[in-house]
Design a protein around this ligand. Structure first.
Ligand SMILES: Nc1ncnc2c1ncn2[C@@H]1O[C@H](COP(=O)(O)OP(=O)(O)OP(=O)(O)O)[C@@H](O)[C@H]1O
Length: 271
């Protein structure tokens, strides 16, 4: 396994009853990249994310994290890998009975034996990193806007200083300005914190503006994983329908010039 590959998925099979969601699925996640994962509704993007982060056992094949097969780990080794992974689910998946601060403190309390004051300081730092105002820390999730809840979910995903961040449709439900700001935040954090980002999305603007590579799920496997400029020319019918539509034309037209800092963070960034 190349040292540039952080996660290697090989021959993944995922089954629910009689439904085969993934079959012979291969995918590499390279260190430092923002990998966009797209596909039609029900193509298996979220199940793939859950399989990689250990929330669903593969029904076949393997998931390797830094060369280590994660499917047959002792609990202690699983916890060590979990500490290197941050996950932000679509709705933020915050505990409604806890404040934002308490939500972000929780993984720190569960994983480290740190003094309460230090836990609080680290959590407040993560909250600030995501651009939330200081008064958001004391609020409950129901008192926040959708965009603020997503930032709070991101702060919690960053709590343990992960190497790799998994984001499940982070811009869904945001207005275009809020979605663009969230994209920029992800790109900035990737560069500042040397993160690798696995981004499940339906948002074509995100693909063009921040993703180094795009993996397309169709027909139970990854049809192509490449720079967006190469993916959009792939002959797969779903890809053609996706990238030839009016929304893709709009996203391409607004493609920003990649910042030089982004280019430096990932060698393969050559959109
Ligand atoms: N726990 C589960 N039990 C049974 N079926 C499941 C379960 N989780 C997912 N599935 C099925 O697996 C398939 C893939 O689901 P998944 O959520 O990964 O799709 P997706 O590509 O993320 O879709 P969307 O873009 O709509 O969110 C769907 O048909 C879904 O119904």
């Amino acid at each position: 396994m190349s040292p540039d590959v952080l996660i290697e998925v090989r021959g993944l099979r995922s089954v629910f009853g009689t439904q085969v969601v993934h079959d012979a699925l291969d995918l590499d996640v390279r260190r430092g990249e923002i990998l966009g994962v797209i596909g039609g509704s029900g193509a298996g993007k979220s199940v793939l994310l859950r399989s990689i982060v250990g929330l669903k056992d593969p029904d076949g094949g393997s998931v390797r994290f830094l060369g280590k097969d994660t499917t047959h780990l002792r609990a202690e080794d699983r916890r060590a890998i979990d500490r290197r992974i941050g996950v932000m689910f679509q709705d933020g998946a915050l505990f409604s009975s806890l404040t934002v601060l308490e939500n972000v403190e929780l993984p720190l309390i569960e994983s480290h034996h740190l003094p309460p004051d230090l836990v609080k300081d680290i959590a407040l730092l993560k909250i600030a990193l995501t651009g939330l105002p200081p008064d958001a820390a004391a609020k409950y999730p129901a008192q926040l806007s959708g965009g603020m809840r997503k930032r709070a979910g991101l702060a919690r995903a960053l709590a343990l200083d992960p190497e790799i961040l998994f984001l499940d449709e982070p811009t869904s439900g945001l207005d275009p300005v809020g979605a663009a700001a969230f994209d920029e935040l992800i790109s900035t954090l990737r560069n500042a914190l040397n993160l690798t980002v696995f981004l499940v999305t339906h948002d074509l603007d995100s693909l063009y503006s921040i993703c180094d590579r795009v993996a397309v799920l169709s027909d139970r496997h990854v049809v192509v994983a490449d720079r967006v400029g190469a993916v959009e020319n792939h002959p797969d019918p779903w890809i053609q329908a996706c990238f030839r539509g009016p929304r893709a034309r709009g996203a391409r037209a607004h493609r920003p010039v990649p910042p030089t800092a982004t280019a430096g963070a990932f060698d393969g960034n050559s959109r």
